[in-house]
Design a binder for this molecule. Structure first.
Ligand code: GLU
Length: 291
């Protein structure tokens, strides 16, 4: 069986113990299966991502004893591809321009009598009450107002049927609610998500779905914090006619305080631990893995 997995960090900070667990889990799965382990740098956010973090991440992975197959793929080298994917979705009428600010969206959600409220991935925006008229859209465009592209779930529903055409994804690990096996997709848990941000012209969702397919990823191994976005990624794969991997979401590590590790907490970064002289073996023990 072909087995290709990946570790896809964003260089917005240093790797912490949670990342070490995730990277190790994916790397070991690949090596045990005689498959490939890829590294992808998710750096579409040109203001938050820093080359020095990228260098530190790759150095920390090598220190952990991980090796990767082929070249590291850097998302910032592929903006033209993401534009082309967006164009396909535009041509199919599945995305719309959204000029609203975050505050306007929040106000609209609060005003709506039956808004879906908070989903597993934050506030759910179920789309505007009224689509933007073409005159108003032209006016805003000629005024140079910035806009994002959002996925229209109502357009997708029309195209694929109310039950999303019976789409499922295969979970070989476990979601945060114990979900496993064949999971029916529920993109309404996320609403009309942004597929191209005002500032960067693409988004995590669009880039990750495209890249996993381009890199031939067969097994997406990542933390349970990303379980719910899989509902959307599976829909995007279907809309774009991409190969469908299986997913394995793994448990999230927590610190002594019971909270998930965060990039801003320097004390759990691999860099800090290395500086303190903590060995690789000790790091593995701290993340519950054996050498
Ligand atoms: N870049 C994402 C992160 O650092 C991970 C993306 C993924 O594994 O799908 O959280």
């Amino acid at each position: 069986m072909v087995f290709v997995t990946r570790f896809a960090p964003s260089p917005t900070g240093l790797l912490h113990l949670g990342h070490a667990f995730s990277a190790m889990t994916a790397w070991r799965a690949a090596r045990e299966a005689g498959g490939q382990f890829l590294v992808r740098i998710e750096d579409i956010d040109r203001t938050r991502c820093k080359p020095e973090f990228e260098a530190a991440i790759l150095d920390d992975l090598a220190w952990l004893g991980l090796d990767w197959d082929g070249e590291v793929r850097r998302q910032s080298d592929h903006f033209a591809e993401y534009d082309a994917v967006l164009k396909r979705l535009r041509d199919d009428g599945l995305v719309y321009r959204c000029f609203k600010t975050r505050r306007e969206i929040m106000e609209e959600i609060e005003r709506a009598p039956h808004h879906p409220g908070e989903g597993p991935d934050g506030i759910i925006y179920a789309g505007p009450d009224e689509p933007l008229g073409s005159q108003e859209e032209t006016r805003r465009l000629s005024a140079g107002e910035p806009y994002a592209w959002r996925l229209s779930l109502s357009a997708c529903r029309l195209k694929f049927g109310a039950a999303w055409g019976g789409l499922h994804f295969t979970e070989t690990g476990e979601g945060p609610g114990g979900e496993t096996g064949e999971v029916a997709i529920r993109p309404e848990l996320l609403g009309d998500v942004i597929l191209a941000r005002k500032d960067v012209g693409t988004s995590y969702h669009l880039a990750v779905t495209h890249d996993d397919a381009m890199q031939g990823v067969t097994h997406v191994i990542r933390g349970q914090d990303l379980f719910h976005v899989t509902h959307l990624h599976r829909l995007l794969q279907h809309m774009l006619g991409l190969a469908v991997p299986v997913w394995r979401h793994h448990r999230l590590l927590t610190g002594a305080d019971g909270k998930r590790f965060a990039k801003r907490d320097r004390s759990v970064t691999l860099r800090q631990l290395r500086d303190e002289g903590v060995s690789r073996k000790e790091v593995l023990t701290r993340i519950g893995l054996r050498d």
